[in-house]
Design a protein around this ligand. Structure first.
Ligand code: BTN
Length: 257
């Protein structure tokens, strides 16, 4: 993206009185989330850090986020909002909801893989990494990565990843960014209004990749195989295992169907 495009997007944010203040564009960063953490004093609530490429893009559970130049959207939003751990944890589902809505607005048939991934045609296209500074709940950093114009992926993820290009041809990154920011603006305002999780849980139930399907989850070293039967109002998932035991889980990973 060039400076002209960023200026135009910033103008739109200003005119629409968006929750988001200003997009700060970098051609290269280690990680947009890490950059905010290291430069907290330089940024204000609503600032967005966008990088054309990341050398150390991070995902959940210590995974890497491949961030090749010009091909994806890699950005983080700073919110100085004082969310407690419960609100912070649920916010991942709010952000996943907004990305899913934004992709649907652009015509894609996407699904949410609880809690933070967006899939198209059973392959991952986007991920969310919400973080704060340890023991400091005054700042929330919302990191979003989306594969946009990637034509291929490294062998590590080539069987599980997709891009918007691979699904239906080229699309301008700024169009996707604007659609996401529009949906995020509405959803974050609605979430912070009363922290009512119901509309988000209902949305995720209706747009879930694995609801009522067989899944395997990992909790530490343990694996549980079963059916994902529900998503609860606090954002936890319910798994019914092969012996009909019910597991309610909040911190776990779904590793495969
Ligand atoms: C995941 O899939 O586990 C989450 C991926 C989040 C990647 C984005 S890219 C922008 C921001 N900066 C990072 O280092 N990570 C997030």
């Amino acid at each position: 993206m060039d400076n002209y495009t960023i200026d135009k997007l910033n103008q739109k944010l200003k005119n629409n009185e968006s929750l988001f203040k200003e997009i700060h564009y970098f051609s290269i960063l280690d990680s947009t989330n890490s950059h905010i953490k290291k430069n907290l004093e330089s940024y204000d609530t609503g600032d967005i850090i966008l990088a054309d490429m990341q050398t150390e893009g991070r995902g959940r559970q210590g995974r890497r986020w491949f961030s090749s130049p010009g091909e994806g959207l890699y950005f983080s939003i700073l919110l100085k909002n004082n969310w407690n751990l419960k609100k912070l944890n649920f916010s991942t589902l709010v952000i996943a909801t907004s990305i899913d809505k934004a992709l649907k607005d652009l015509g894609y048939i996407s699904k949410i893989k609880w809690p933070n991934d967006i899939y198209i045609n059973d392959r991952k296209v986007a991920g969310v990494l919400v973080e704060n500074i340890i023991n400091n709940f005054n700042n929330t950093i919302i990191g979003i990565g989306i594969n946009i114009n990637n034509k291929c992926f490294s062998s590590e993820i080539s069987k599980t990843a997709t891009s918007l290009y691979l699904e239906s041809g080229s699309i301008l990154r700024e169009r996707v960014l604007y659609s996401i920011l529009t949906n995020l603006h509405q959803d974050i305002i609605s979430y912070t209004d009363d922290f009512n999780t119901e509309p988000f849980v209902q949305y995720i139930r209706s747009n879930s990749l694995y609801l009522n399907k067989k899944i395997t989850i990992t909790v530490g070293n343990k694996k549980i195989h079963g059916i994902l039967t529900d998503i609860l109002m606090d954002g936890s998932i319910v798994i019914s295992d092969r012996k009909d035991n019910i597991h309610i889980m909040n911190y776990c990973e779904i590793i495969n169907p």
